[in-house]
Write a protein that binds this ligand. Structure first.
Ligand SMILES: NC(=O)c1ccc[n+]([C@@H]2O[C@H](COP(=O)([O-])OP(=O)(O)OC[C@H]3O[C@@H](n4cnc5c(N)ncnc54)[C@H](OP(=O)(O)O)[C@@H]3O)[C@@H](O)[C@H]2O)c1
Length: 265
């Protein structure tokens, strides 16, 4: 039997791990039904089962690669009869390489996964939202100040920021607010921030990350809190914003004479 007021529905790509998962958990806590995506079937089903049983909501996992956009229509029957209120595009990959050295096939993969996929997702679902609704694009602090060692990744995230602004103009008149969040270095996360040819990331990579002025690295929940605020009615006038959640890392240029603190020292 149909309920009078069915719970709001949120769809989160990359909702099976790291920041995307923290956002899913936050939404589950505040009573959203969920669709989460990722490629790893086992991980996705385990996370969906955990969220469903822990928070007494319904969470469905859809195994889907970001670049398999011919299958994006799969979502339409899943959202058609429910109040789709939020879409979060969090799934992304990285690459540890200077832009000039980035192999073309790797560059294409980054652009397709981090830029083209979120656009096609929002285009596919645009007419299925129940306004007022929100789209959140998960970008990066590297979009604000590029990181040479993550050249192509920085380029894709910067493009994503502008995409968020353009979509905000297109969708705001329909009652759909689009905003972009830019996490700083966050643990755990970025399992796919690989060097060209690598298949698994070194678990020690983060030891050389500079510690932000706030005195700690980011937690996935830091970004999830911002996202929960941005999709709420309290953020009704926030449209097309690009917001850092980075502990001050990109606030300005630190004194070059000061020793940079890392987790190693
Ligand atoms: N963690 C950080 O330090 C940091 C900093 C700045 C920005 N960000 C941004 O935050 C977002 C989330 O990153 P994270 O740290 O949470 O990463 P993560 O832990 O590696 O999670 C990535 C998620 O995306 C999915 N995914 C990856 N590639 C995919 C693809 N090609 N198709 C479909 N799903 C894919 C993964 O699922 P499967 O494994 O099943 O494919 C997983 O659910 C990304 O947009 C990232 O750029 C992260």
């Amino acid at each position: 039997m149909a309920r009078d007021n069915p719970p709001p529905l949120a769809l989160i790509t990359g909702g099976t791990s790291g920041i995307g998962y923290a956002i899913a958990e936050k939404f589950a806590q505040i009573g959203y039904e969920l669709i989460i995506t990722g490629r790893d079937q086992e991980r996705g089903q385990a996370k969906a089962h955990f969220l469903t049983s822990t928070f007494d909501i319904h969470c469905e996992f859809v195994a889907l690669s970001n670049t398999d956009w011919t299958r994006y229509d799969t979502f339409i029957p899943l959202v058609r009869s429910r109040p789709l209120k939020v879409v979060v595009a969090s799934a992304a990959i990285g690459l540890q390489a200077h832009l000039i050295d980035t192999p073309r096939e790797e560059f294409d993969k980054l652009v397709q996964t981090n830029v083209v996929a979120p656009l096609y997702l929002v285009q596919t679902l645009a007419s299925h939202f129940h306004a007022p609704a929100s789209v959140i694009l998960v970008s990066s602090d590297a979009s604000i100040e590029g990181e040479q060692e993550l050249g192509a990744y920085s380029v894709t995230k910067s493009a994503l920021n502008m995409m968020g602004r353009m979509l905000a103009l297109d969708l705001a008149p329909k009652g759909i607010r689009v905003n972009v969040v830019c996490p700083g270095d966050t643990l755990p996360g970025m399992r796919y921030l690989l060097r060209p040819g690598e298949v698994e990331r070194s678990p020690d990579d983060h030891l050389t990350w500079p510690v932000p002025p706030r005195g700690r690295l980011g937690k996935a929940a830091d970004t999830a809190e911002l996202v929960a605020f941005l999709v709420s009615d309290r953020a009704d006038f926030i449209v097309g914003s690009v917001m850092l959640v980075d502990g001050g890392s990109r606030a300005g240029r630190p004194d070059p004479r000061a020793k940079v603190q890392t987790l190693q020292n």
